[in-house]
Design a protein around this ligand. Structure first.
Ligand code: SF4
Length: 409
């Protein structure tokens, strides 16, 4: 159902039985009641469908909420079915997620429900960059996912647009001609703005998934990067939209913000999603939703059309400013180039984010273990003063590198 023709606020409130305040928290509860089917004590929620937006100039429409596949999908087949029922048809996975189990779990689902493949916008990613590696990993993904094609294929986690070249372009064109992929692009959580600006100049990138949230969306550089991609027809998916996790509610300002959103019927997580959806140029938000509680909370936020007021958005912006030193913005060129020896600062920060903000300690340790051993060993004793001076967020880099060296082993 295209955006604009989707559920009006009144429809939503009527269908979910929510009067007056339109509480999204209650909405998630109503969705939960309807989990079975229609009838019984629960309400019929089968017709509630997450809206879609166009994905750049590809011609595809994608659900504005995308299911991130970094969780135990083989054991959560019911959740996949529910996601699909509520219109979360954009599914994101990667060759490396859960050691391959993420793709295998989706494959298991598609073997059981082959008729659902045509409803899905299915995305996977390759950690390899060279054509031979791309071919090997794409074929493995197709085999695991039990499908003949992917809707979109990403090179995973680029830091610099120069990681893509003419050979990449020729490979993508061939994979499209063979019918193995429909669209091609990359994901990025480091130097996102430069990667987006570079992609817009290339002219052959169909889609990008990048870190984008209430902390990053207001900078002039990010705004220009998004505009350039829109002009080039590139579809954009936002990830890491929580901007480092929940409001920790330690300060008066944070408590005030959380309280304000609660009065509006949102929790702070839903408010952060809604802040990103306010930008119509973001086609979708990719969110890790490893259980039905999070899935329903996010779906309730996606269905509800209440807009955040300019005051609400300003409050989030203010919160982002006040807590900037607790958030790594992924601008690795600043801190890493300030040091004489190579150091994976932004990668280590990402590991800490998984550990603290997502509570995913296994994933954090797995990512950390993948970093070069010599670099990991250097973290405890390294001098990061120059990097700290270059950091626009004022992140206490040295302290966090030492913390990572102790926590993540
Ligand atoms: S530590 Fe600072 S400079 Fe380095 S990537 Fe994070 S925010 Fe950017």
């Amino acid at each position: 159902m295209p955006e604009g023709k989707s559920w009006s606020r009144r429809d939503f409130l009527r269908a979910t039985g929510i009067a007056g305040t339109g509480s999204l928290l209650n909405a998630a509860g109503v969705l939960a009641q309807g989990l079975g089917e229609s009838g019984g004590a629960g309400q019929d929620t089968r017709n509630l469908i997450v809206p879609v937006r166009p994905f750049g100039k590809t011609g595809a429409n994608v659900s504005i909420l995308s299911l991130g596949g970094m969780f135990d999908i083989p054991s959560n087949q019911l959740l996949m079915k529910q996601a699909l029922r509520w219109g979360v048809t954009y599914w994101d996975t990667a060759d490396c997620y859960e050691g391959g189990k993420s793709e295998l779990g989706i494959g298991q689902f598609l073997i059981k429900y082959p008729e659902t493949r045509s409803q899905l916008f299915l995305v996977s990613k390759s950690d390899d960059r060279d054509p031979a590696g791309l071919t090997k990993l794409l074929n493995r993904s197709l085999e695991r996912l039990k499908t003949d094609y992917l809707d979109l294929y990403f090179i995973h986690g680029i830091k610099d647009i120069d990681e893509l070249n003419q050979k990449t372009k020729a490979w993508a064109e061939k994979a499209k001609a063979e019918g193995k992929i429909k669209y091609f692009g990359f994901s990025t959580h480091s130097n996102m703005e430069d990667c987006l600006l570079g992609a817009a100049k290339l002219g052959w990138i169909d889609g990008i998934m990048m870190t984008y949230n209430f902390r990053l969306m207001h900078s002039d550089k990010m705004k220009s990067a998004v505009d350039a991609c829109v002009k080039s027809g590139i579809g954009l998916t936002a990830m890491k939209t929580q901007g480092g996790g929940s409001v920790n509610q330690e300060s008066e300002a944070e408590l005030q913000m959380a309280g304000r959103f609660l009065k509006l019927g949102f929790n702070d997580k839903q408010a952060k999603l809604k802040a990103v959806w306010e930008n119509p140029n973001i086609a979708s938000i990719c969110s890790q939703m490893p259980n039905l509680t999070i899935l329903m909370s996010n779906i309730a936020a996606a269905l509800n059309q209440t807009k955040l007021s300019s005051e609400d958005l300003e409050l989030l912006k203010q919160y982002a400013c006040e807590t900037s030193s607790s958030y790594c913005a992924g601008c690795a060129t600043f801190c890493e180039s300030a040091l004489a020896t190579a150091s994976p600062i932004s990668e280590v920060m990402r590991c800490l984010m998984y550990f603290h903000a997502y509570g995913d300690k296994d994933r954090a340790r797995e990512l950390f273990a993948g970093l070069p051993g010599a670099m990991r060993r250097h973290l405890k004793t390294g001098n990061y003063l120059a990097a700290e001076r270059s950091c626009p967020q004022g992140v206490p880099i040295g302290k966090l590198m030492r913390e990572a060296a102790s926590l993540l082993v």
